[in-house]
Design a protein around this ligand. Structure first.
Ligand SMILES: [Zn+2]
Length: 364
């Protein structure tokens, strides 16, 4: 049997993104694997990096793209536990070997063989994907398909950043750069779940309005506002407790300036450039912590899926495309027009909550 999927066959521009209907049907690789009949997948900024090419990452054409997925389990390996054929599942895209020191300590994203679906291993944007059973969790079949597809990567990333790394507490103040992006938007939802007071920034007033609807307490257009100065003024010079900065070079100085005493700057990327400048005087005098974070472990995945099951963390969906139009979905992501996640429909929905791509949906 052949299957349909979205692939790249070389690094480059959008022309390399190709829908195909002649891909081999994937089979279980290990007794701990499960196979998922995919209903929908979501794109992440990572997919643009993979398309352009990343140092040390080799793709084997035709390379199936994408990290996130929701679907129904159709085959379970003899040693796979916790999941049954017919379960609707969401996928944690971070793959670890389960044997190294960090895995044994439950710190899976630090695995010495860590990889992400679509980057280090074939991705999810096909009719079937094979993943370790450790990487799936069952969810109610009534969960909106597109929001479940959009959930995994950004939510686990933002959860580890805020809850595990920054140890965010109720009542603390948080600054989130670039609202509308997947991690930033998930971070906003998690902040509101925890009970924090949140400032968000964007260069788009329209995105700022959308963020207010998702619970942002304060909004700043970073094209016109001096973010650090305005934050200090608004907080009686105290500054914020936590900054979520995935922008890097362009925002780092402002992030440091916005932080108050005991502040925590947490980052999972640097989309504007990786090299930043830090004034150590601010760092030691205010006893600031700079925290790196990547993806999440099993405990964090369980925590976020618990919130998904209860409908408390449902990512906003920007737009839904059929997988055949995957290239157009990539183009929208590349233009940065989206607020929330861009989703691709792969298969039929088995009578599930089809078409519930309500982009206004909120968590708490
Ligand atoms: Zn490991």
């Amino acid at each position: 049997m052949v299957v349909r999927g979205l692939t790249i066959s070389a690094h480059g521009g959008l022309d390399e993104v190709q829908f195909r209907d002649d891909l081999p049907e994937p089979a279980l690789q290990a007794p701990t694997d499960v196979r998922v009949r995919v209903q929908a997948v979501a794109l992440n900024h990572l997919d643009l990096f993979v398309l352009a090419g990343l140092p040390g990452v080799t793709i084997v054409p035709p390379w199936v793209v994408a990290a996130d997925a929701v679907g129904v389990v159709d085959e379970v390996g003899s040693a796979a536990v916790g999941v049954r054929v017919g379960d609707t599942v969401v996928v944690n895209p971070g793959i670890s070997d389960r044997t190294c020191r960090y895995c044994r300590e439950g710190d899976h994203p630090l695995c010495i063989h860590f990889g992400i679906l679509g980057e280090h291993q074939p991705g999810t944007a096909a009719e079937y994907v094979v993943v370790p059973a450790f990487n799936v969790r069952s969810i109610p079949a009534t969960t909106p398909v597109e929001q479940a597809a959009a959930f995994g990567l950004v939510t686990i990333t933002a959860w580890r950043m805020l809850v595990t790394r920054a140890r965010l507490q109720a009542g603390e103040r948080v600054l989130i750069w670039g609202i509308g992006g997947g991690v930033a938007t998930a971070a906003l939802q998690i902040c509101k779940l925890v009970g924090a007071e949140v400032w968000v920034t964007s260069s788009s007033d329209e995105k700022l309005e959308r963020a207010r609807a998702l619970g942002a307490d304060h909004v700043l257009n970073h094209r016109t506002a001096d973010v650090a100065r305005e934050l200090r003024a608004a907080t009686g010079k105290a500054g914020v407790d936590v900054v979520v900065d995935n922008v890097g070079a362009a925002t780092w100085k402002q992030s440091m300036g916005a932080l108050g005493r005991r502040g925590r700057l947490v980052t999972c990327g640097g989309t504007s450039g990786p090299i930043v400048e830090t004034d150590v005087r601010r760092l030691f005098w205010n006893q600031i912590s700079i925290l790196g974070s990547t993806m999440g472990n099993d405990t964090e995945f369980d925590a976020i899926v618990g919130h998904l099951r209860e409908g408390r963390l449902l990512p906003p969906v920007d737009r839904v495309y059929p997988i055949e139009q995957g290239r157009e979905a990539y183009a929208r992501l590349e233009r940065g027009e989206q607020f929330g996640k861009i989703v691709l429909r792969v298969g039929q929905a088995d009578g599930q909550a089809v078409g519930q791509s309500d982009s206004r949906a909120v968590g708490p």
